[in-house]
Design a protein around this ligand. Structure first.
Ligand SMILES: *Cc1c(COP(=O)(O)O)cnc(C)c1O
Length: 377
């Protein structure tokens, strides 16, 4: 079976984690600090604050902004459900915006249509690694006086107008889950340009403590901490950060290889009638965290039929990006009008793409998809 993704982990990561174990300091410490600095640098951000995963990073970002009950936050429904859930965690209401049919991302227009007098923030997603049009969404938020948080979970290594995606963002949350391109098992980061925010995020992720455990340890002698506000335990471990440091060094190669394979997919799949492959928008580049295609309009089967047909032929694919408002957890918001989201989620499929994928495996995927699409026309 050809898998949909395979993490690119090697002996170096195993050794790095083992070294941390042998050092005797496994919780958040010097490796986390080093990983924060290295990741922030690669993302073109002033500060990086490591957290336990991207979901807690989004939660922490909204908490930092003071978002709470009675507030509305505009989010795409067309995203992993964590984007909407983060809004619920702070007691606010997610309001779903539709997306652009070509990129699968919110735009200034779709966000504007969802803004009300209660809107205090927007979480915009770089879906599947495809950047959203940051400048126009930021301009809209500035005009409306609302905050913009980037959900950059999928987007490490993507670019926007020649710079790392989300560089210069007020707040961007990243994921290091194995389904993304750079993995620490579980893990996340919040990047920010704002020094005061970075300081407060560091406290909030560690119970609101005035001095971190690692700093107290390093100081020697007696150093007492204070709990300045109610915080969280959203820490990353040094074992994870050690793996992340190695993974970060490989990221550019991983993306170059993915883009090469994606280019080949575009060429081969472009010959299948009516199939559309999602790729670079005109203002940036995707890291191809997901390679997704929209099924031809005249294909009479469903995306589940396609997944089943591919599985029969030895190819493990995934349904397209989910629509949160169609899940039972958001049943109270099912009536919202999101035609593009519903079309994309029902008519798209994510195809296998991983660093070690061979051309023969790619040809198998293309052949299988061709056969499935022909079969049901
Ligand atoms: C994966 C993902 C998340 C959640 O990331 P975790 O690190 O697993 O919490 C959030 N948003 C999007 C768009 C994602 O793809």
């Amino acid at each position: 079976m050809i898998p949909v993704i395979r993490p690119f982990l090697g002996e170096e990561e195993a050794l790095a984690a083992a070294e941390v174990v042998r050092s005797g300091w496994v919780a958040q410490g010097p490796r986390v600090a080093a990983f924060e600095q290295a990741f922030a640098e690669s993302a073109g951000a002033a500060h990086g604050v490591a957290v336990s995963n991207c979901t807690t990073g989004l939660h922490l970002s909204l908490h930092l902004l003071g978002v709470g009950p009675g507030d509305e936050v505009v989010v795409p429904s067309f995203s992993f459900i964590a984007t909407a859930n983060a809004v619920k965690y702070v007691g606010a209401t997610p309001v779903f915006a539709d997306v652009d049919p070509l990129t699968g991302n919110v735009t200034a227009e779709t966000v504007d249509a969802a803004v009300t007098p209660r809107t205090v923030a927007v979480i915009a997603v770089h879906q599947g690694g495809v950047p959203f049009d940051v400048d126009s969404v930021q301009a809209l938020c500035d005009r409306r006086g609302i905050a913009l948080v980037h959900d950059s979970a999928c987007a490490a290594g993507s670019t926007y107008r020649g710079r790392p995606v989300s560089s210069g963002a007020g707040l961007a949350a990243w994921s290091f889950h194995p389904r993304k391109l750079l993995t620490t098992g579980e893990g996340g980061m919040v990047t920010t340009e704002n020094t005061e925010w970075a300081t407060r995020l560091r406290k909030l992720r560690e119970h609101g403590m005035s001095v971190s455990a690692a700093d107290r340890h390093a100081a020697g002698g007696v150093k007492l901490e204070e709990y300045e506000e109610v915080g969280f335990n959203f820490r990353m471990t040094d074992m994870q950060a050690a793996v992340g440091l190695i993974q970060l060094r490989k990221l550019a190669d991983v993306i170059a290889k993915r883009r090469e394979l994606a280019g080949r997919y575009h060429k081969l799949l472009g010959e299948l009638d009516g199939l559309r492959c999602v790729g670079d928008p005109e203002y940036g580049t995707t890291n191809y965290q997901s390679f997704w295609v929209v099924l031809p309009d005249d294909f009479t089967g469903t995306s589940v039929d396609v997944l089943a047909g591919l599985a029969e032929r030895g190819v493990s694919a995934r349904r397209g990006i989910m629509a949160s408002h169609l899940e039972p957890a958001y049943a109270d918001q099912r009536d919202v009008d999101l035609p593009v989201t519903e079309h994309l989620t029902r008519r798209s499929v994510i195809l296998p793409l991983f660093h070690q994928m061979t051309e023969a495996e790619q040809d198998t995927v293309v052949g299988a998809l061709d056969a499935v699409l022909r079969g049901a026309k």
